[in-house]
Write a protein that binds this ligand. Sequence first.
Ligand SMILES: NC(=O)c1ccc[n+]([C@@H]2O[C@H](COP(=O)([O-])OP(=O)(O)OC[C@H]3O[C@@H](n4cnc5c(N)ncnc54)[C@H](O)[C@@H]3O)[C@@H](O)[C@H]2O)c1
Length: 439
Amino acid sequence: MSKRVLDLESKIKNKKALIGIIGMGYVGLPLVKTFLKKGFEVLGFDVDARKVNMLNQGESYIKHVSAEELKAFVKKKKFQATTDFGLLTRVDAIIICVPTPLDSHKNPDLSFVLKTTEVISKSLRKDQLVVLESTTYPGTTEEEMLPLLEAGGLRVGEDFYLAYSPERENPGDKFYSTEKIPKVVGGITQGCKRVAKALYDQIVVKTIPVSSPKVAEATKLLENIFRSVNIAMVNEMKMIFDRMGIDIWEVVEAASTKPFGFMPFLPGPGYGGHCIPVDPFYLAWKAKEVDYPAKFIELAGEINTLMPYYVVSKTIEELNKRGKSIKGARILILGIAYKKDIDDQRESPSLKIISLLQGKGAKVSYNDPYVPQSSGHRDYPGLKLKSVVLTEKKLKEFNAVIITTAHSVYDFEWIAENSSLIIDTRNAVKKKRKNVIKA
Ligand SMILES: NC(=O)c1ccc[n+]([C@@H]2O[C@H](COP(=O)([O-])OP(=O)(O)OC[C@H]3O[C@@H](n4cnc5c(N)ncnc54)[C@H](O)[C@@H]3O)[C@@H](O)[C@H]2O)c1
């Protein structure tokens, strides 16, 4: 191994390397905190000046990332957030955690990654390590980023190092914090892999080196497609069993007693978040290049997309049984975040359900202890709501309450006692009650 690789490796191992993380979001911010806790100095880069200012005042805008800890590091001058990308030249390891969304035609939108790579390439210097963490299709690091980074004349593996290491953050997970989740790493060259592995060895429980960035990129997609397909399968089972008068949740619980060959997935109102509804389509798009239509991905997408419609039709059916039409009905959505105990509304099925109900003339309110207001959504520009306070009197005002997100702070038995009709998409109400319908 070259002396330069060994020098950077030892700088990392001695925690003398300055870390630069680009994208201070749900992924970047927990990563900042992990590096800080392990004794590194960190610069946090973002284009959003509001976020940067908040961070420099030791404030966090993500519920599960505590502001107190961050404040201490800002005070000790171990952490600084910045919009000045000129500072990248000071950094030894650059980690990219910017968004990788889909465009309006469900095609990958790599613009954030490519813009960031161009910015890095302007100040790229010898002995820097660049790692992409954003989820993307196989080939992004090697085919899209590498040419941009080498355009200035520096050579990968000789002058600088490039690797891919997928993010596996599970927001709201109290046990699996960033440092407890093993990390897969693929480098363009052996030297790239070695320094990238050395970097993650300092902060996570285990680093798994693989033969190339492509394998690391594909690993992340397999993990997310596995979830998407299994969620779709159990959601389809839910609809079939419902027609047969069988409770899917009871079936999943019983099947889970099998000690091998079965892994439980729970049905719900659809899927949400920045990953599972989005990432599989990165592979579906790339697969077309090799003439392969990704059937599982498309089918899972279709079924999961259908779920909010299913919940709405169940609600209409139950209201109808009670002599109430959907037009003018007062409906409360319980939980607008896409999963429990977090504040992230991205791709939340609750938003789709609200918009479908509003389209049918229902008067929709929501409660979410972690999301005081909901507006500014690209797909739902007309949606502007504030979380209502939950009281016995308030609950009684609604014709139906739809449980979409089972936040742990909710007292579901109390909610069910005080509501006329509950549509429960999460099996949240445990006691059997006539006014609770699972959907
Ligand atoms: N959120 C998750 O649970 C999760 C889990 C695994 C993987 N991922 C992947 O991680 C990546 C980041 O996701 P996230 O949830 O952290 O997104 P996010 O939207 O929370 O954060 C992205 C941040 O990047 C900033 N940004 C946008 N363009 C930028 C640019 N050109 N330069 C610098 N900063 C820029 C934004 O202002 C924002 O603060 C995505 O590829 C996502 O698929 C997310």
